[in-house]
Design a binder for this molecule. Structure first.
Ligand code: SF4
Length: 360
């Protein structure tokens, strides 16, 4: 019988597992679950032999039932600016990428996680979309949470002052196409006995889909159940151009998404981050006007992202003058606009560049 992977279990699921499979009395399940979460996530034990708060008999039982299996880091690239990119390998030769982006002090890192291997969608400006679709599969919660564990081990987070302080789900994959796994993952990272990240330290990104979870939209579900920042990949404020950049816009247009994004804010009271790559031809006055209209409806902040050219695409990055003018127009209308310079460009670790390529 295959063992249960510990990293796939939320705290509530672990309690049930302990009662049903390990014969832990119901009254003790909470305490035992806390001891296990603490040992794994706060002390980073490598085997259950180190679970010394459990008696020998129960420890042996747990060892036979649950594994602490993790994927492997098979390649590490470090950028001149300190950004680190990991190539992570799962069973059946499937791979994904994880990126650690340092702050100025080089002690605090934002981790950019992938939610799948490759991506189901086909955004034109994104290298991940060019990974063959037959390679695409959603990652299990354990395969997402262990990206954090492996990265923390790499920087020696548990023993030094270095730390993974923020989580952004902006690597490979579309988050709203992986709701059950994403939900378990977020429960684990927010749990006070687990990695214990606060709601404002986690950002989920999405192109914006109107798929449903039960009776409500996936966007509303994320607001109600996960309660973290949402970043909306807009990239053009004009529908016709957005459809050219992102085929999904044909199905779920900007106007279709606005009511759901508004609702997201009303439920969480967290502004939406609008993600917008700075291209030569998506920063005109007409684009600014359309974007201001959107921002008047959806409480939001604008993140302009430096475009990283792809070899087989004809997009041109916007000039600094164009970016400055566009940002100023947005700010003059009372909204926050930030320009984010790319990090990790020399190792293909920046936004839209994750394509499982090694740099030699
Ligand atoms: S931008 Fe995101 S959703 Fe679009 S293809 Fe790339 S990974 Fe997928």
């Amino acid at each position: 019988m295959e063992k249960q992977n510990f990293y796939d279990l939320s705290f509530d699921r672990l309690k049930i597992f302990l009662i049903e499979k390990a014969d832990v009395p119901e009254k003790q399940a909470k305490m035992r679950g806390e001891q296990m979460f603490n040992a794994v996530y706060k002390k980073n034990i490598k085997t259950f032999d180190e679970l010394t708060t459990f008696g020998l008999e129960l420890r042996e039982k747990i060892k036979n039932l649950i594994s602490l299996k993790k994927p492997k880091i098979v390649d590490v690239q470090t950028s001149a600016d300190g950004t680190i990119k990991f190539l992570i390998q799962f069973d059946n030769n499937r791979q994904t990428e994880t990126v650690l982006i340092p702050d100025k002090t080089k002690t605090r890192y934002t981790i950019c996680l992938s939610v799948s291997t490759g991506c189901h969608l086909s955004c034109q400006f994104c290298a991940t979309a060019q990974i063959p679709k037959k390679m695409v599969r959603n990652l299990m919660p354990s395969e997402i949470v262990t990206q954090i564990i492996l990265s923390k081990e790499y920087i020696d987070d548990w023993k030094t002052t270095k730390t993974v302080s923020n989580i952004v789900m902006m690597g490979q994959g579309e988050n709203l196409l992986s709701i059950p796994n994403l939900s378990t993952f977020i429960k684990i990272v927010k749990d006070k006995n687990g990695l214990f990240y606060g709601r404002t330290r986690i950002t989920i990104s999405s192109v914006g889909l109107l798929n449903k979870v039960g009776e409500i939209s996936a966007i509303e579900h994320v607001a109600r159940e996960l309660d973290v920042y949402l970043a909306w990949s807009l990239h053009s404020s004009l529908n016709s151009q957005r459809s050219e950049l992102m085929a999904i816009n044909e199905k779920f247009s900007i106007n279709d998404l606005i009511p759901e994004l508004k609702k997201y804010y009303e439920i969480t009271k967290l502004p939406i981050f609008i993600e917008y790559i700075a291209l030569e031809d998506n920063l005109s006055d007409e684009h600014a006007k359309a974007l201001i209209k959107i921002m008047k409806k959806v409480p939001s902040k604008l993140n302009l992202i430096e475009y990283n050219p792809l070899a087989n695409r004809n997009f041109k990055a916007a000039t600094k003058e164009k970016i400055d003018k566009f940002s100023k127009t947005i700010q003059d209308n009372g909204f926050l606009a930030l320009f984010r310079k790319s990090k990790g460009r020399d190792i293909n670790a920046s936004c839209g560049s994750l394509a499982l390529k090694k740099i030699n």
